[in-house]
Ligand binder design. Structure first.
Ligand code: SF4
Length: 114
């Protein structure tokens, strides 16, 4: 999950963790949440198993990044918001994203490199 510098700072303050303990930064400067080695899921997902169907809960839910709030809505190559039915097995439980979601995701995308 890509996150902004502001979101990384907020998560660091909230958890007391160093940014390098929960996110990576690629050559373009984009930060992404890391996965736990043991659960293969986001480091903030409290779960006991590495099975994709295992129960789990976000341990930073009230501080979760915007991309988490809007998921499984994502932008396609034409910057249109769509449901990510390739990775998320629950897309049929969500409404099709509207223009407002697309604008929020475009705004997020613009902030990722800052
Ligand atoms: S909602 Fe929480 S557990 Fe899920 S990817 Fe976002 S921060 Fe991680």
């Amino acid at each position: 999950m890509p996150i902004t510098a502001t979101e990384a700072s907020r998560l660091s303050r909230r958890t007391g963790m160093a940014e390098s303990d929960f996110c990576s930064k690629d050559e373009l400067g984009i930060r992404r949440l890391l996965n736990s080695q043991s659960t293969k899921a986001c480091v903030f997902l409290a779960t006991e198993s590495d099975l994709p169907t295992a129960p789990g809960i976000c341990s930073v839910y009230d501080s979760r990044p915007l991309g988490c709030k809007t998921y499984p809505s994502v932008l396609n190559d034409e910057d249109i918001a769509i449901l990510d039915d390739e990775i998320c097995p629950h897309t049929d439980e969500f409404d099709e994203p509207d223009e407002e979601v697309a604008l929020r995701l475009l705004n997020l995308e613009a902030k990722l490199k800052q």
